[in-house]
Design a protein around this ligand. Structure first.
Ligand code: HEM
Ligand code: HEM
Length: 188
C-alpha cells in the first residue's frame, strides 16, 4: 500500500510528543523512588504540558485524516496488520510511512497508552491530598489507588513502546529504508 507524504505539522507534534513523554518517563522514575517529593510537582507540571501536546496530537491526527491509519480496527485494516505481523516472523519488515499497516497500528497503541497516562495523571493530580479539589474520604482514596496502579502499569507499556519504536526505527534505518530522513527531512 502506498504511503502518504509526511507534513511539517506531524513532524513538529511528534518531536514535541517525544520530548515531553521522555521527560515524563525520566521524572516518573524519580517519583517512583518516593524520596524527593518536589519531583512530583515537576512531574505534574511537565505532565500538563505533555497532556497539552497529546491533545494537539489527537487534533492534528484528526485534521489530517490520519485516524483510520493509526486505528485500522476493522476487518480490512486488521487483515493488512495481521499479514504484516505474520511476515515479520518470516524475516520481512513491515512497510514504513503514513499508511495502513503494522507499524501505524502500533503507533496508534502508543498514542492510546500515553493518553491513558495523561488521563490517570491529571485525575490523580486533582485528587492529591491538600491539593486541588476532592477531599479524600475512603471512596476517593480507593479511586486514587486504582488511578496510581493504572498509571504505574501503563508506564511499563510506554517504556516497552518506546524501546520497540526506537529499535524498529533504527533497524529500518540501518537496512536502508531511511525512515528518519523521510519523517524529518524530505520535502514534498
Ligand atoms: C515515547 C515517545 C514517542 C511516541 C509516543 C511516538 C509516537 C509516534 C507516532 C504516534 C508516530 C506516527 C506518526 C503519525 O502518524 O502521526 C510516530 C512515528 C515515527 N516515530 Fe515516534 N514516537 C516517540 C518517540 C520517537 C523517537 C525517540 C524516535 C527516534 C528514533 C521516533 C521516530 C519515529 C519515526 C522515524 C516515525 C515515522 C515512522 C514511519 O515512517 O513509518 N519516535 N511516532
Ligand atoms: C507519558 C506520560 C507519563 C508518564 C510516562 C508517567 C510516569 C509516571 C511514573 C513511572 C510514576 C511513578 C508511579 C509509581 O511509582 O507508583 C508516576 C507517578 C505520578 N504521575 Fe505520572 N507519568 C506521566 C504523565 C503524568 C501526568 C500527565 C500527570 C498529571 C498532570 C502525572 C501525575 C503523576 C502523579 C500525581 C504521580 C504520583 C502517583 C503516586 O503517588 O503513585 N503523570 N508517573
Amino acid at each position: 500500500m502506498e504511503s502518504r507524504p509526511w507534513d511539517n505539522g506531524t513532524r513538529i507534534v511528534h518531536a514535541a510528543l517525544a520530548i515531553t513523554v521522555l521527560a515524563e518517563l525520566a521524572t516518573g522514575l524519580v517519583v517512583a523512588q518516593a524520596t524527593r517529593p518536589h519531583w512530583l510537582y515537576i512531574h505534574s507540571i511537565l505532565g500538563m504540558a505533555t497532556t497539552l501536546v497529546i491533545i494537539i496530537d489527537w487534533m492534528w491526527t484528526w485534521a489530517r485524516r490520519d485516524l483510520p491509519i493509526l486505528f485500522p480496527w476493522n476487518r480490512a485494516g486488521m487483515r493488512i496488520v495481521g499479514r504484516e505481523a505474520f511476515e515479520v516472523f518470516q524475516g520481512k519488515l513491515p512497510g514504513t510511512g503514513d499508511r495502513t499497516g503494522l507499524s501505524s497500528f502500533v503507533h496508534g497503541v502508543g498514542l492510546l497508552a500515553v493518553s491513558g497516562m495523561a488521563i490517570t495523571g491529571i485525575l490523580m493530580y486533582m485528587e492529591i491530598p491538600g491539593g486541588y479539589g476532592l477531599s479524600l474520604h475512603s471512596t476517593a482514596f480507593a479511586f486514587f489507588t486504582v488511578l496510581a496502579t493504572t498509571h504505574l502499569w501503563l508506564s511499563y507499556v510506554v517504556w516497552a513502546y518506546l524501546v520497540g519504536h526506537v529499535f524498529f526505527a533504527l533497524l529500518q534505518q540501518v537496512l536502508g529504508h531511511n525512515v528518519l530522513r523521510h519523517f524529518y527531512l524530505d520535502h514534498h
